[in-house]
Ligand binder design. Sequence first.
Ligand SMILES: [Zn+2]
Length: 664
Amino acid sequence: MAHTRGSRTRTAAKLTRPKYVLAKDPEDLAALADKGLARCKALVDKIAKAKGARTLANTLVPYEDVQRELYELLTQPKFLSDVHPDGGMRDAGDTAYQAAERFQTELNLNRALYDAFAALDMSGEDDETRYAVHKILRDFRLAGVDRDEATRARVRALRDEITAIGQEFDKNIREDERSIALDGLDALEGMPADYIAAPPRGPDGKIKITTSYPDAIPLIRYAKRAEVRKRLQREFLDRAYPKNIDVLRKLLEGRHELARVLGHAHHADYVTKDKMVGTARTAADFVRKVTKASEARAQKDYDLLLARKRQDDPRAKSLERWDTNYYAELVRAESYAFDAKKLRPYFEFSKILDGLLSITGKLFGVTYKEVKDAKSWHPSVLAYDVLERGTRIGRFYLDLHPRKDKYSHAAAAPLVPGIRGEQVPQAALMCNFPDPRGGHGPALMDFDEVETFFHEFGHLLHDMFSGRGKWTNNTMGGVEWDFIEAPSQMLEEWLRDPKVLRTFARHVDTGEPVPREVVEAMDRADAVARALEAHRQLVYATLSLRYYDRDPTGIDSTQVLWEVHAQYPLVPLFEGTHLQCNFGHLNGYSAIYYTYLWSLVIAKDLFGRFKAAGSIMDAKVARAYRKEVLEPGGARPAAESIRAFLGRDFTFDAFERWLNAAGS
Ligand SMILES: [Zn+2]
């Protein structure tokens, strides 16, 4: 079929205006969102009224316009509610997002539309188009389009409720920044020099450590006094408590009812239907398999850290939640001659950004050009064009530093879908890294923060490179959710290579590259407490499945928290804290937190091909990876992309080798 959009492949894709993100004020955003939705509705009517046989031209092509508009109506207002400095805009973003979700629910329950797609003859179409239509039909069925009207009405109401409850859950976390006040610098014993030189202070001049990442992460990792770590850890693990106890219960109940109404045993089964795992049972089996693979090593990790704790406190009987990060760092420093603090002067924010751009540019054959005059939502935001042989193939925005009421974690957000020959993809990062203009001296980062930066940038690149298909639901948004962490987890590997790291990690004062022996020590030290960390991930994965794989009526979410911790008894629950209230993934990811470990298993396997090439900067492998894994995006099942790159299905082997590497 030559007359569909795909034939126009030679036209250069244009940069469109991310209009919702750039709305002038709340009224403007509301008006734009109304207009966008009205356009979608008109298009849907037009599809329904088309006369004669169903063709791509009278069905898929106009539906594609709906999908594009809707993509922006969902992603951009949601993004604004996370990052916009103005509360009115954040609220308007929430409202617009709710309306778009409502419309999407309506769309997926539109029987006439479903019948139209079901009547399409796809036999002569290319794979990409057939897969797009396959997914459209699947999504209709998953939404319940083939149910009776009463059921569909209940689904509509429930989805609407769930969206609002989820927004409240996120908002409570975002807006509950807590802090502890410290009497004097003594309390900061063990902290990095740059942190002590300019500690965060409150308006009264007292040292005030907040739960925001740049304050909290170093403190929990390095503060020598257990009491100080414990105090901050308590606040950190209790954000949004007690507010979110009730909100979480409502969220679980709403989702359970939705799953039941649609004929599934529970939400965990429902939400895994369109993932690589396919069922909640496969996800749970996977979690068990990782648990088994890591158990012996986790015990060794634990013994090692506890032994070190006993040097400080001979009567210590156990490791506590506020101990693990601290003692893992200490063992790394003492036994492996690796002190992560010593890396900080080499990890100045601007140098890291430059390094990240330079490495990924070389690997994937692109360059980045800063767009100085790009409009955005905050003066600190940077915008870049991604160029390939002089042609722009995407644009991204970097919103990288903390500020009041901003999203407090780190994430990549798609904004505009990329369509071959028509429009380039646009996306953004929202993170909370030290700010070079923050007035606290040089913006030195912790290794983990740099790792997070690489990780999130991996998502961004997936978005940039996958935006070259014909159909919106084949872009990154259409990739199976339990695959999307793999490319970002894999990009973290480039940070651990001495040769690569030395190209950009230069001392903030002397300009010297990070010493080779420090990186080598880091590599050895990196394996310390690896399985214990995997256990922490398993706690989260199990928790997320457990909350969603049963009837939650009358659930005591704290009781479940205890039960899950009892399954992973090495590091006990911090008594009296409620991490379920600030475990934001319970909204966004619901039952599928396992995806991080699932993707990690895949990432370790994919990375093996780079290792086998002898250099992780091997351009041939990198281009093959871009072509077979990143570019297809959601245009084919992830398992096929993996097979195309590896020449076989993925296995557990590389992950197990990594998990059990020396370091304990
Ligand atoms: Zn991620």
